[in-house]
Ligand binder design. Sequence first.
Ligand SMILES: Cc1cc2nc3c(=O)[nH]c(=O)nc-3n(C[C@H](O)[C@H](O)[C@H](O)COP(=O)(O)O)c2cc1C
Length: 188
Amino acid sequence: MGYSLSAQDIKLPDPDRTGGKPLMQALNERKSVRSYRDKELTIRQLSDLLWAANGFNRDDKRTAPTANNRQELELYVVIKNGIYFYDARNHTLKEVKKGDYRAETGVQDFVADAALNLVFVSDMDMASSRQYAYTNCGFVSQNVYLYCASEGLGSVVRGSFDKDKLGKLLNLKPNEEILLTQSVGYPD
Ligand SMILES: Cc1cc2nc3c(=O)[nH]c(=O)nc-3n(C[C@H](O)[C@H](O)[C@H](O)COP(=O)(O)O)c2cc1C
């Protein structure tokens, strides 16, 4: 099933918080993938992936831990149709820019084909420290890896990207810093 992301704000369907592969099987299948088919994710997959990554699983806390509960990490979603900010509280995508900017999220050729490129952005004024900001980001990345393993999708976390160029593309403020990026898609 494809999906049309034309409205500015897209309310994602409620995530399916049950099912998926057993944890031990997902761990067994977790790996990095660097070759993708140019095929879009369904809105259901996008919803489940973002919730698994860093969504709220209780009233005020999320699937990933943060030092001192600062919750300073936000996700930007770069897909064929555009760039979106993931509003985790409302489980909604907010449009930043229309257009296909997937290739701009990295320096490796495969990023242009990956259905989704995530950009992990930390509010450094909110974070307890730089070390903890990066630590917190790692948990979210692993959540994405495990969701992908469970769903039969490929993924690779990426530290190689042009921080200044990507920051401008996302209209980031001076206190907001890109820590890592992560590609997701159907393995080729
Ligand atoms: C912090 C971090 C940065 C990484 N950056 C890149 C990257 O820029 N490009 C890439 O292709 N892989 C990148 N990787 C993926 C690693 O190369 C990969 O995890 C490692 O080779 C082990 O393979 P596996 O993930 O399949 O176990 C990165 C991994 C981590 C943890």
